[in-house]
Design a protein around this ligand. Structure first.
Ligand code: C2E
Ligand code: CA
Ligand code: CA
Length: 648
């Protein structure tokens, strides 16, 4: 409703005086008696009716002419006073709140603030007045200004009714204070007067949320990003790469001999080593590179780059060198090496998940190549053989983890009586759905390289002892031969594990033969001797496997507590040639001179068996007698022998 104009009383008085002056002039004018009377009449009438109607006629006339009356003015003034008082009371109430209420002018300056602002800003001022008129944005943390501006823009453009966002204040004391702000347009009489908002200090809640999400995204030991965090970063990198056409690489890093270090020095030292490794790696990467702990002793580096993928290989080489150099200084008695597998996006995979798998395959391949080396997935993918090997390796590792290895048994026969069985040799077998039967000649070296040989050895031993306990009763004096890798023998866990297992299955150590390959002597006689002597003292039979293929001479071997020599198949194969015969005869004579028993493996026909028997070899093993067979066939084999050898 339009407000009526109002004539101030002073102006009215002046106007009245002027009218009176005019009337006096007329009065003094000789012919003005009628006018004088008219004025008197008017005043009298006025007085008369104003007493009745509370309005003088002039007042009425002014009202008619659309002016506000004195009374109107008094009323509206008292209403304005009441509104101002209510407003002041309202702002006093706002000042009681922990939130800050603000009003911004259309140009973004602070037009109104409640008291809590001073606290929010950590300000030493006692009044808000100091801040009024300043642009609001200057009190916002530099990094959050863009976000705030864009949100306020959407508001001013009318795209949204309200906007809420979290940002930091730029405080005088530089403390990080987080604020949750809710803004809406400030409209008065239908016109936009700026922006109104409420700011709430959420610093504590924000920090708590940050701590929780940090914990969920970081590894507790090394404080590096964990798998979940890495997944997120890979997703971002994939998106960025797709948008810009840039590339990035994933480096899968594995410490080669961490498990031994852990076993040897204890978990605390192992943990410290992991922390040191993470710090060295981090220090030699750029700020933009991501280093995450994948788990155990495995780390992943996300390396963004713009051109040649070879750069990833160079960085990996640098990391390897730097790590070795630094660890040598920190741990003079340790030699830590790395295996690294690299895959590049988008060259090697279509998405982040597949890229991780490819980098892991490249790592597998690096390990299967004898560790301490770097392999790029792209390289092995182009080399079919390498790719196959990676596939095979990863399937083998899975098989070991799921205890899918089997054990077959090959009988060892008495050379003097081909019907008498001396024992069985346990041989590991692995059947894969994709590759079929894989020879131990292939997977045992793989297990060695992958650091799985001890686990493979343990599984084979457990199964072999379990089976042997079942068919031992079928025949007396049977011996079970198991192949033991050098690494297994030299580990401190092996002896107690063997003793415990033998006891658990009720098998005496003298029934167990440990076949250890000849190259054990290469580890150093003294080191090997301690371990072997302990086993020998406990009653286990020690057999030197693959004799003739290694580098040791018989005299060398004499220093080790072996009971038996197993002539390698390569000599047995040559036995029908004059030189072969001479070689085997020499071995037999020397072994006998040292009171060592002799076994020949790879006997494929009767002629070979007879030659070896004639030479004095005590035990024979080979396809001539039987191929390695599953446990179920062993009882039948033994039964078959007893029936043929039973006295007629
Ligand atoms: P090895 O200990 O020399 O085992 C004898 C190998 O000769 C076996 O091969 C056996 O099947 C094969 N063989 C037996 N008789 C004949 C024959 O008349 N002619 C021919 N041509 N071969 C014969 P296999 O089972 O493939 O094992 C290969 C090697 O794998 C073994 O050689 C052994 O060094 C290793 N190995 C097998 N099982 C284990 C295990 O459980 N632990 C460890 N550490 N090594 C194992
Ligand atoms: Ca063997
Ligand atoms: Ca052999």
């Amino acid at each position: 409703m339009r407000r009526q104009p109002y004539i101030e009383p002073t102006i009215r008085t002046i106007a009245g005086a002027l009218i009176l002056a005019c009337a006096s002039l007329i009065y003094f004018y000789p012919h003005g008696a009628w006018l004088w009377l008219a004025i008197l009449f008017f005043m009298g009438f006025n007085l008369f009716q104003s007493g009745l109607t509370k309005y003088c006629i002039l007042e009425k006339m002014l009202k008619k002419l659309s002016f506000r009356s004195e009374l109107d003015e008094i009323k509206s003034l008292s209403q304005a006073n009441a509104a101002a008082e209510a407003r002041a009371a309202f702002y006093d109430t706002l000042d009681l709140l922990n939130e800050v209420v603000i009003e911004l002018s259309p140009d973004g300056t602070l037009a109104f603030l409640t008291d809590h602002w001073l606290k929010l800003m950590g300000s030493a001022y006692t009044s808000n007045a100091h801040f009024l008129g300043d642009p609001f944005i200057v009190f916002i943390h530099k990094q959050d200004r863009g976000l705030l501006n864009s949100q306020l823009d959407t508001l001013l453009k009318g795209a949204r009714e309200t906007v809420s966002l979290r940002f930091r204040m730029s405080r005088e004391d530089q403390e990080e204070h987080w604020v949750e702000g809710k803004f809406a347009l400030n409209r008065q009489h239908g016109r936009v007067q700026g922006v109104r908002g409420v700011l709430r200090d959420v610093t504590e809640a924000h920090m708590q949320e940050k701590r929780i999400s940090h914990m969920a995204m970081h590894d507790a030991l090394t404080r590096l990003p964990n798998r979940a965090h890495l997944d997120e970063r890979i997703r971002e990198a994939v998106e960025h790469s797709r948008a810009t056409g840039s590339k990035f690489a994933l480096l899968f890093i594995d410490l080669d001999n961490f498990k031994q270090i852990n076993d040897l020095r204890g978990h605390k030292s192992g943990d410290q080593l992991l922390v040191d490794v993470s710090q060295i790696l981090r220090a030699h990467l750029r700020e933009t590179d991501v280093l995450a702990r994948w788990g155990g002793d495995e780390f992943v580096v996300l390396l963004p780059f713009s051109h040649d993928a070879e750069i990833a290989h160079t960085v990996a080489g640098e990391l390897m060198r730097k790590l070795q150099l630094n660890l040598e200084k920190m741990y003079s008695d340790l030699f830590v090496t790395l295996s690294i597998g690299i895959a590049v996006f988008p060259d090697d995979a279509e998405n982040g998940e597949a890229l991780l798998v490819q980098a892991d395959k490249a790592l597998f391949y690096a390990k299967s190549q004898g560790r301490n080396n770097i392999q790029m997935f792209g390289d092995l993918h182009t080399r079919a053989a390498g790719y196959e090997e990676v596939e095979l390796t990863s399937r083998f590792v899975a098989a070991v983890k799921q205890c899918q290895l089997q054990v077959y048994y090959q009988p060892v026969m008495d050379a003097g009586n081909h019907e008498r069985i001396a024992g069985f040799e346990a041989l590991a077998r692995w059947h894969d759905d994709q590759y079929g039967w894989v020879s131990p000649a292939n997977f045992i070296p793989l297990a060695e390289n992958m650091g799985l040989i001890q686990e493979v050895g343990r599984q084979v031993l457990e199964e072999a002892l379990h089976h042997f306990a079942q068919f031992d009763g079928l025949c007396t004096d049977l011996k079970l031969a198991v192949n033991v890798s050098k690494r297994q023998v030299m580990s401190d866990d092996f002896y107690p594990m063997l003793i415990e297992m033998a006891q658990r299955y009720g098998i005496s150590p003298c029934q167990i033969k440990l076949e250890i390959t000849e190259s054990i002597a290469l580890l150093g006689i003294e080191r090997a001797k301690g371990h072997l002597q302990k086993l020998s003292d406990a009653g286990f039979t020690l057999s030197l496997d693959d004799f003739g293929t290694g580098f040791s001479s018989l005299s060398h071997v004499h220093e080790l507590p072996f009971d038996e020599i197993k002539i390698d198949i390569s000599f047995v194969r040559r036995i029908k040639t004059p030189e072969g015969r001479v070689l085997v005869r020499t071995i037999v004579e020397m072994a006998h001179a040292m009171q060592l028993a002799l076994v020949a493996e790879g006997v494929e026909d009767m002629e070979t068996a007879l030659i070896l028997q004639e030479m004095g070899v005590e035990m024979l093993q080979g396809y001539y007698f039987s191929r390695p067979m599953p446990k179920e066939s062993c009882a039948g084999f033994i039964a078959g022998l007893s029936s043929t050898s039973a006295p007629a």
